[in-house]
Design a protein around this ligand. Structure first.
Ligand code: HSE
Length: 456
């Protein structure tokens, strides 16, 4: 059978990795796919560089639409990124009857519903293994390997840049800014690093996984997103003293209604720094590596670990999609794996819960005046709000590295840091308790609140 023909839009790091891996492993890939897979056409604005990377025999153009219009092309790989031109081109490729492979998590998290609907109507596949956790085959695992399960939750370290920064801050005591520059120099960060450090990239990925896990539409606009840029190194140290590591986790969880806890049914969808017990495997995922934990009712806890970015790890996922499409190219569209794992007419209408209705536990740090009765007042507010305390730690201010930087006028007040771990409660109740604690005259600085996940 003649090789399947592929057109590539955007010859960057992942594009050149895709060429390299396809060439190096072409015999094995052909034996698996049942026919050869060849990238025959590339669109990139830098013609000379793209031609050099693609090699002789590949037609390189600077107009992506020429690739889409080529009747010989069966599959279009979109590696442009972003939501503007990439969205237009993906929809045009679908309209032209091409299957699409994309690594574009932002595009699918924001416009996935429209794109999948267009693909289903046209009977083509949109494959996106490379969009989530790079080389880790987590889409395949969720959509196929775990298909027997009712998924209960997913927790992922799905942004390598922030995991690298947090690892460097903990290991080497580096400041956030220095660690960020190192991450950028190593090529981990997105073109706009705010997407990494403010949690947006991770939120795109957990939004996609949440949709597949629970059969809900992709709803990036409903995700709660908080990054690591305001994380203080002293909280990383205190967390460690309490047996925890701080990770930027993408979390999504199915929640049943619970009258006793006054909580509603729905889906939690959130990204924020989280304390994770140091003894969990996922807490020991260091540097730019990614890991995803999935809890299914039948299988229990599973963990997937690997490189979440980079040329050949991401190419590994792109090519896996090319092989899948090649195998299913001639199958009846209704017999293919649905884009979001569930049949389009069997999606759930479970709603994404607002953050105030999320249930989790907390780490609180309060810089307080070291006076009689302060602890009693703070714990009294928590008790009044029906929030159960798990552990309390007190550290004198002079043991704290930031003690020399206290605001002017507060130097003479004896101060101490109170660190409190709580059991689970609804976020709205914690918000109310935090407001009351913050109003105490003996609480001297804004209270630090970091959520905590036991992942048991
Ligand atoms: N900037 C991303 C990361 C790359 O740091 O994980 C892959 O999405």
């Amino acid at each position: 059978m003649k090789p399947i023909q592929v057109g590539l839009l955007g010859m960057g790091v992942v594009g050149s990795g895709t060429f390299n891996v396809l060439r190096r492993n072409q015999q094995e890939i052909k034996r698996r796919a049942g026919r050869g897979i060849e990238i025959t056409m590339v669109a990139d604005l830098d013609l000379a560089r793209a031609q050099a990377q693609a090699g002789e025999g590949v037609k390189v153009v600077n107009d992506a639409r020429a690739v889409i219009a080529n009747p010989d092309i069966d599959i279009v790989i979109e590696l442009i990124g972003g939501c503007d031109i990439a969205k237009t081109l993906v929809l045009e490729a679908i309209a032209a009857g091409k299957h699409v492979v994309t690594a574009n998590k932002a595009l699918l998290a924001v416009h996935g519903t429209e794109i999948f609907a267009a693909a289903s109507a046209k009977g083509v596949m949109v494959a996106f293994e490379a969009a989530v956790a790079g080389g880790i085959p987590i889409i395949k695992a969720l959509r196929e390997g775990l298909t027997a399960n009712s998924i209960q939750w997913i927790a992922g370290i799905i942004n390598g840049t922030t995991n690298f920064i947090l690892s460097e801050m903990r290991d080497k005591g580096l400041d956030f800014g220095v660690a960020l520059k190192q991450a950028q120099a190593l090529g981990y960060a997105e073109a706009d690093p705010t997407f990494d450090i403010e949690g947006v990239d991770a939120a795109h990925k957990i939004t996609i996984m949440s949709a597949i896990a629970f059969g809900i539409p992709v709803q990036f606009d409903k995700a709660y997103v908080e990054g690591i840029s305001r994380l203080a190194s002293q909280d990383i140290k205190y967390a460690e003293q309490l047996g925890y590591r701080i990770k930027l986790l993408g979390m999504t969880k199915r929640r049943e209604a619970d009258a006793s806890k006054r909580t509603a049914a729905g889906i939690e969808l959130r990204v924020h720094p989280s304390l994770v017990p140091a003894k969990r495997l996922i807490a020991n995922v260091e540097g730019a590596m990614n890991a995803v934990m999935v809890q299914g009712d039948a299988v229990g806890t599973t963990l997937y670990y690997g490189k979440g970015a980079g040329s050949e790890p991401t190419a590994s996922a792109v090519i896996a999609d090319l092989v899948d499409i090649t195998r299913l190219h001639t199958a009846d569209p209704l017999n293919r794996v649905p884009h979001l794992a569930f049949q389009p007419n069997a999606m759930s209408d479970l709603h994404v819960l607002p953050m105030s209705e999320v249930v989790t536990s907390y780490y609180l740090r309060l810089r307080v005046a070291d006076e009689t009765g302060v602890l009693a007042k703070v714990t009294g507010i928590l008790a009044e709000a029906d929030i159960s305390i798990d552990a309390v730690l007190q550290r004198e201010a002079d043991e704290v590295s930031g003690a020399g930087n206290l605001p002017a006028g507060t130097q003479s007040v004896p101060q101490t840091d109170l660190i409190i771990l709580t059991h689970d409660c609804v976020e709205a109740r914690m918000n109310a308790a935090l407001a009351q604690m913050q109003a105490l005259p003996t609480v001297l600085e804004p209270i630090t609140r970091i959520r905590k996940e036991e992942l048991a």
